[in-house]
Ligand binder design. Structure first.
Ligand SMILES: [Zn+2]
Length: 473
């Protein structure tokens, strides 16, 4: 809304008061035509997601939705941090959220429900929303869950053996398995159970075929975009090899590709490699690295061959764990909150390429009008960036390039932790640059590991040590 204090003829006025550091309370006054006002509070507690969405009706009533509440395993003082987040959610919401969403079963999205169990017990919840993949009675979900359980059962002892075989450094396999809470006393299963058992809450398993959730008093409706039903989409994590420009590029990708090409020229084929380029150290490079020189070619051909077999075994276990991890990301429940004239808020969770691609075939009929996802993307004003800004979780075409009206991009990330966890380039520089360019004219990009820029603050971003807050109206 653009206006000034002396607006004539408007039926809508706003009063603002400040309560505490950085917390702006926006109180709308009744209007004839309901006009949505949305506030998104994104917590800055570490590498993980927690967002509190508040909608306000024309009469001042509030609708609150909490999307995820978790932080990556290995975070210092995680329990205290998640308790602080949960207490703030309770204070801000008056102790009740209408809808609680857990987008997918990864520790960095659900840990708070067990780490802050005492505070969570005080939060009243109207409905719990999970993706259809979490429905134990869904015939498509059952085989997925079994595959996942079987793979985990295989990988957990493998991780322990690998830890013994390798070094004091956590292996990539171990860090990947941590998403499932496998290395902690509390588990991701435990967090999901805590959600399902939330006292008084109705459980909804969301499906893209569902009718949009109507919030007519708030001038809003909520569409489910993912997780996809089609297994081919569900299992597609990366851009097609024939369409490298489907996502933003890894800064190091060109280098990795040239190294892979060199390795291929020496006789290795890309197709039979267990790892994609970014995860692979070609033989020719490994031979120049002290770690491998000391361990793998010490006395080649004289009783040391078992080490290579060991390496192959570790590669396939790690590869399986990465696939499992990406598959769970792709079960992300993706929501588009349509605020009518005020635009659309897109919460993409950790959706990867196939999840995004599946949205193209969705359509709904609302009030006699056909709605497709591209329309929602074109009207998107706020985008919760997919998967902490990784390279395969924001599509270009049919994704960010459609969001021509984007004003705010929120990236929940902690770059230093991502480096420690060996996640690589997170957030991806080229993606951040594209987000900055897209929002540049009137908006801004917020990443939770940094304070808002002066321009973002001037354009309305509010922040404390604990959260960012953005108002859309
Ligand atoms: Zn995540």
């Amino acid at each position: 809304m653009v206006g000034n204090a002396s607006d004539k003829g408007t039926t809508k006025t706003r009063s603002r008061s400040r309560k505490g550091p950085g917390a702006t309370v926006v109180t709308p006054v009744a209007t004839n035509a309901p006009r949505p006002a949305a506030t998104v509070r994104t917590y800055r507690h570490g590498l993980g997601d927690c967002h509190l969405l508040t909608l306000t009706s024309a009469t001042g009533r509030k609708f609150r939705m909490l999307i995820d509440c978790g932080v990556i395993l290995g975070t210092t003082n995680a329990q205290a941090k998640m308790s602080a987040v949960m207490r703030d959610v309770i204070q801000e919401s008056g102790g009740t959220v209408d809808v609680l969403v857990a987008t997918h079963r990864h520790w960095d999205h659900v840990s708070g429900f067990v780490q802050a169990a005492d505070d969570f017990a005080r939060l009243k919840v109207g409905q719990v929303w999970l993706g259809w993949t979490e429905n134990p009675r869904d015939p498509d979900a059952a085989p997925l869950r079994k595959q996942q359980a079987d793979a985990l059962a295989m990988l957990q002892p493998a991780a322990a053996r690998m830890h013994l075989a390798a070094s004091a450094e956590p292996t990539l396999l171990a860090t990947v398995l941590e998403f499932f809470g496998a290395a902690g006393a509390a588990t991701t299963d435990g967090a999901m159970d805590a959600l399902r058992a939330k006292g008084g809450a109705t459980l909804r398993y969301c499906d893209p075929k569902d009718e949009p959730f109507e919030l007519s008093d708030f001038g809003a409706r909520i569409y489910v975009l993912g997780p996809p039903r089609d297994e081919a989409f569900l299992k597609k994590m990366l851009p097609a090899k024939t369409d490298r420009d489907e996502t933003y590029h890894l800064a190091a990708e060109a280098f990795a590709a040239s190294v892979a090409a060199a390795a291929a020229a020496l006789g290795g084929s890309d197709e039979d490699q267990p790892f994609g380029g970014p995860y692979r150290i070609p033989d020719v490079v490994a031979r120049s690295m002290p770690f491998f020189q000391a361990r793998y070619w010490v006395d080649e051909g004289a009783g040391e061959a078992w080490r290579s077999i060991d390496l192959a075994w570790m590669d396939s276990a790690t590869q399986l764990a990465l696939m499992l991890d990406n598959l769970v990301n792709n079960t992300s429940l993706v929501l588009a909150v349509d605020l009518g004239a005020a635009g659309v808020l897109l919460f993409a969770a950790d959706a990867q390429v196939g999840n995004w691609e599946s949205w193209r075939t969705h359509e709904w009929t609302v009030g006699g009008t056909r709605v497709v996802v591209d329309d929602l993307l074109k009207r998107t004003v706020l985008y919760k960036v997919g998967h902490h800004g990784s390279y395969n979780a924001t599509l270009r075409k049919g994704g960010l390039e459609s969001m021509s009206g984007l004003r705010v991009a929120l990236i929940p990330v902690d770059h230093n932790m991502a480096v420690k966890k060996r996640w690589g380039d997170i957030p991806l520089n080229t993606l951040v640059a594209a987000l900055e360019q897209t929002t540049g004219a009137a908006g801004y990009v917020l990443r939770s590991d940094a304070l808002p820029s002066a321009q973002a603050s001037a354009r309305g971003a509010r922040s404390t040590d604990l959260y960012f807050e953005v108002t859309v109206d």
